[in-house]
Design a binder for this molecule. Structure first.
Ligand code: ADP
Length: 398
């Protein structure tokens, strides 16, 4: 909670019946509200025409968000109870039961807000005026929890503003900086150390080549780390954009296998395909992001599987989704480390001696899969192998 202008929740209460029925009907649990406050002063300062134009603009924009950031049924726009307020309700399904919480609703709100800002500022009238007005939008949410019988158990309201969001961004950045400074320092220290040795000592050509090789590997590691960190910061600042369309995921799997082929060959791994060439496995997703997901998971399977092992990729059709599995006959994940696998910077004790890594890939993969409306999980047995599974919706209906 912060001490800026609190959101007027009366309108929400007045339409709670409607919200409730919708929530119960679709097993939804949360909502986010947006309110354009100080409408009176905007009208006074810039005139009614301007205000109406702006109001229309915002409404149209919010409506256009349907299906763009969120699925159609996740958005309800109520704008007719008073002509100076816009309440946008973002209702989220308890799809990933554990992960749907206040934090996620806030992240969703932040994402909408940044879209509203860039689009409204870009598309509408005068920039300076709009900027003032945007500052008059306050954001809030209500999280409604149900019990098994779908009776409302509790409703939590909170509101937050620009100042709050800015502070949140700062907190996130600080956390990232403290976590990554260690990860950045290690390769940098070794690059500097080996470069100094090459410069200061009289080395044989062979030795120089050896050290240059280490420098090359370490700078690659640094490069991967910086890319992963940038991806994570974009995710945390809710600045990842998705371009969804229908496509056959089998084609992306084949592209990725081609990309990693040299590494498969040099580790003498065999690849099994458990899908049919004649079938289409259509997903409704973002092609580039799906490639990133597959590249990460297949890359891990290669990295953590010893020479001569096997990697199996399965694709199958479920009800309204496609299930993909990536299995390896690699080192496996110890039981007691399993709960931490999707945590930032986490690496299993055994994996560190096997291959280099950042412990960020799976965080990104999980975020991408879930944002695309899918689920991800894994099974693993130490020294036997690991299978990662993920699903993606096969049409627009989810
Ligand atoms: P990394 O860059 O370290 O591979 P990831 O986030 O992709 O980062 O994976 C996190 C950790 O999970 C890895 O460091 C490794 O300990 C473990 N892991 C991921 N995939 C596998 C796998 N196929 N087999 C064994 N361990 C794995």
């Amino acid at each position: 909670m912060d001490n800026v202008e609190t959101l007027d929740l009366k309108p929400i209460f007045s339409c709670l019946d409607f919200i409730e029925s919708r929530l119960v009907e679709q097993e939804l649990i949360g909502l986010i509200t947006f309110e354009l406050t100080s409408a009176g002063s905007i009208k006074e300062k810039y005139g009614t025409d301007f205000y109406q134009k702006l109001f229309k603009n915002i409404c149209e924009f919010l409506l256009s968000l349907k299906g763009k950031i969120f699925r159609q049924e996740d958005l309800v726009l109520i704008n007719d109870y008073r002509d100076d307020q816009i309440i946008l309700l973002l209702i989220s399904k308890p799809r990933y039961k554990k992960s749907l919480d206040i934090y996620n609703l806030k992240i969703a709100a932040i994402r909408i807000i940044s879209e509203i800002k860039t689009n409204i500022i870009k598309e509408s009238i005068e920039f300076e005026k709009i900027k003032n007005i945007i500052d008059n939008i306050s954001y809030g949410y209500a999280l409604i929890r149900y019990d098994k019988n779908k009776n409302i158990r509790s409703i939590i309201f909170d509101s937050f503003s620009e100042a709050y969001l800015r502070q949140k961004f700062d907190e996130i950045s600080e956390k990232i900086i403290s976590m990554v400074s260690h990860e950045l320092r290690t390769p940098l220290t070794s690059i500097r150390g080996f470069a100094e040795t090459i410069l200061q000592e009289d080395l044989s050509k062979e030795e120089i080549m050896k050290f240059a090789h280490i420098i090359y590997n370490e700078s690659n590691r640094l490069n991967n780390l910086v890319n992963a960190i940038l991806d994570i910061s974009r995710i945390e600042a809710a600045k990842v954009h998705f371009k969804r369309k229908k496509f056959d995921i089998k084609d992306i799997v084949e592209n990725v296998l081609e990309l990693v082929y040299p590494r498969i060959k040099s580790s003498d791994l065999s690849i099994n395909r458990e899908y049919s060439d004649d079938e289409e496995y259509i997903v409704f997703a973002d092609e580039e992001k799906v490639e990133q997901i597959l590249l990460n998971l297949i890359d891990n399977a290669i990295k953590y599987t010893p020479f001569g092992g096997e990697i199996t990729i399965g694709i199958s059709k479920q009800d309204s989704e496609i299930l993909v599995s990536i299995s390896d006959t690699g080192i496996g994940i110890p039981d007691k480390e399993k709960p931490h696998i999707f945590e930032k910077f986490f690496r299993t004790s055994i994996s560190m001696s096997v291959a280099q890594g950042t412990g960020l890939g799976l965080v990104i993969v999980k975020y991408l899969v879930e944002t695309l409306g899918g689920r991800i999980w894994f099974e693993s047995q130490l020294s036997v192998g690991t299978t990662f599974y993920f699903t993606l919706p096969s049409d627009e209906s989810r």
